[in-house]
Design a protein around this ligand. Sequence first.
Ligand SMILES: Nc1ncnc2c1ncn2[C@@H]1O[C@H](COP(=O)(O)OP(=O)(O)OP(=O)(O)O)[C@@H](O)[C@H]1O
Ligand SMILES: [Mg+2]
Length: 257
Amino acid sequence: MGKIIAIHSYKGGTGKTLFSVNLATTFALKGKKACLLDMDFRAPSLHAIFKVNNVECWLNDYLNGTCTIQKALVDLSEISGGKGKLLVGLANPSTEAIRDMSAKDRKWEMRALGRLLSLRNSVLDEMGMDYLIFDTSPGLQYSSINAIVSADLVFVISTIDASDVQGTKRMLCELYDLFEKKTYIILNKVLMDISSKRGKEELSERLGNTHTLPIFEIVPCFCDILKAGGTYIVAKEKPQHFFSKMLCHMTEKINHL
Ligand SMILES: Nc1ncnc2c1ncn2[C@@H]1O[C@H](COP(=O)(O)OP(=O)(O)OP(=O)(O)O)[C@@H](O)[C@H]1O
Ligand SMILES: [Mg+2]
């Protein structure tokens, strides 16, 4: 049975897209069938990362009810060298589409939720995909809440900035728990050396009550990844990179959640 994973955060720029893309790619490289959807309609990014500009249909069209989900998916399986499958649904990056999506009313959002919920049947059961991953907008956007409601697991990517940690803690109590979602925190861009006792203490002091938080992984800030700025997919281009190895380990852990 397949799993639906939503990648979310309180603040912007925490690493959701980096994790979504590399998680989906790692699954495909391991021979799994992964489907990744760009649910960040305010600032689409997957078209730029995967360098795809011409598509028959956008994910926007699927949510508008004007095409099937199959038509809105681009097959990028070649990334896995024939080992697995990677299908990607892109959000339309045109200014007009971004404005259009931000003006949707509640009735539209309810219908969009219905279409997202039906993906369990179409993408996981009928198409036989192993994982469906949603890359979302930060905060309490309707599209992100819909993605969370539709998911089995939620990964919240947080930096150690005080405002991010506070917002993440608040969402744990007031959002994910409310929907009874299995939620895990990935602390990203961590600059402390957590292999040392002092580094661990510093991190603990910063977070307060670390033991009460469902921390899944603590990921350092990698200068080369920051410098690359999303111009290549680390898991694919640099399989020996510590980040790629962490991703491999995460995919194993996700299998057992
Ligand atoms: N652990 C890390 N080390 C170095 N750079 C990182 C790390 N995580 C993310 N980045 C970089 O930080 C920037 C923001 O990451 P990303 O776009 O994935 O964030 P996001 O949460 O998707 O942002 P948004 O909320 O705008 O969608 C990117 O340039 C990315 O490569
Ligand atoms: Mg993003």
